[in-house]
Ligand binder design. Structure first.
Ligand code: ADE
Length: 252
């Protein structure tokens, strides 16, 4: 996967490129990340990338010419890539969208700044718009990093074990089960016995059930259109029955 980032702050990406799983994925050539400075495509002596909005109002708008030139340059280098504008007005980014984007050979991430970008760039030069949440950042750079991070870990080879991305929250449609490591007892709390049992079937079942309970408590919305097995439903019915019995006992 090739990520090209169009930004007026390319240096913001250096931390992402150097460290962690993304850094290692670049080193191992599973992905590449190339920040390109939109300012390099400005034609004037001051390398201007913004201007006052027509019709008045506060703030500045990113000029269309340098952005258009930068996008065309990136597209020429990676014609198969999908061009995405990071903006709070975009489609909400989630795990499903990350999976969809991981299927492209390349992504061109266009980061806006100031009060916005010229509407003609949005209309004619991007394939889609993405938002990472219902809040307004000072620019698209942090959003682009979120997209790079979430999509990268879905690229085969990027994570140490191929299983890690398949089992994590949202990929199974459920929240992740609790994890434990040594010591067995920490500040008075023990690791659940089943995890020490070596019984892989029992561990799998415990994890699935722990995921179900967590999801019911924290994000019940995720379960509404999630396929559940008969085992899942039986477990939930038993839980429901147990809760009912407890309530009845206390109301006697
Ligand atoms: N730029 C500013 N806010 C943003 C957001 N929430 N998502 C994506 N890009 C943005």
């Amino acid at each position: 996967m090739k990520f090209t980032v169009l930004t007026i702050f390319p240096e913001m990406f250096s931390a992402l490129l150097r460290g962690g799983i993304v850094g290692r994925a670049i080193e191992h050539q599973h992905i590449s990340v190339e920040p390109i400075n939109i300012r390099d495509f400005a034609k004037d002596r001051h390398r201007t990338v913004d201007d006052r909005p027509y019709g008045g109002g506060c703030g500045m708008v990113m000029k269309p010419e340098p952005m258009a030139e930068a996008i065309r340059h990136a597209r020429k280098k990676d014609p198969e890539a999908c061009t995405l504008l990071l903006t709070p007005q975009g489609q909400l980014f989630n795990q499903r969208v990350a999976q969809e984007l991981a299927g492209y050979p390349g992504l061109i991430l266009v980061c806006g700044r100031y009060e916005g970008i010229d509407e003609r760039v949005r209309e004619h030069l991007v394939d889609n718009e993405l938002s990472i949440g219902d809040y307004v950042l000072t620019g698209g750079e942090l959003a682009a990093m979120v997209v790079i991070d979430a999509v990268s870990r879905l690229i085969p080879g990027t994570l140490g074990s191929e299983h890690s991305a398949q089992e994590d929250s949202f990929s199974t449609g459920l929240l992740e089960y609790p994890q434990y490591t040594r010591p067995r007892s920490f500040e008075g709390t023990n690791v659940p016995e089943v995890l020490l049992s070596g019984d892989h079937g029992a561990i799998r079942q415990w994890r699935r059930q722990a995921s179900l309970v967590r999801t019911v408590l924290k994000r019940p919305d995720l379960l509404m259109d999630q396929p559940l097995t008969t085992g899942d439903l039986e477990f939930m019915k038993k839980l429901q029955q147990d809760i009912k019995t407890i309530i009845e006992k206390h109301c006697e």
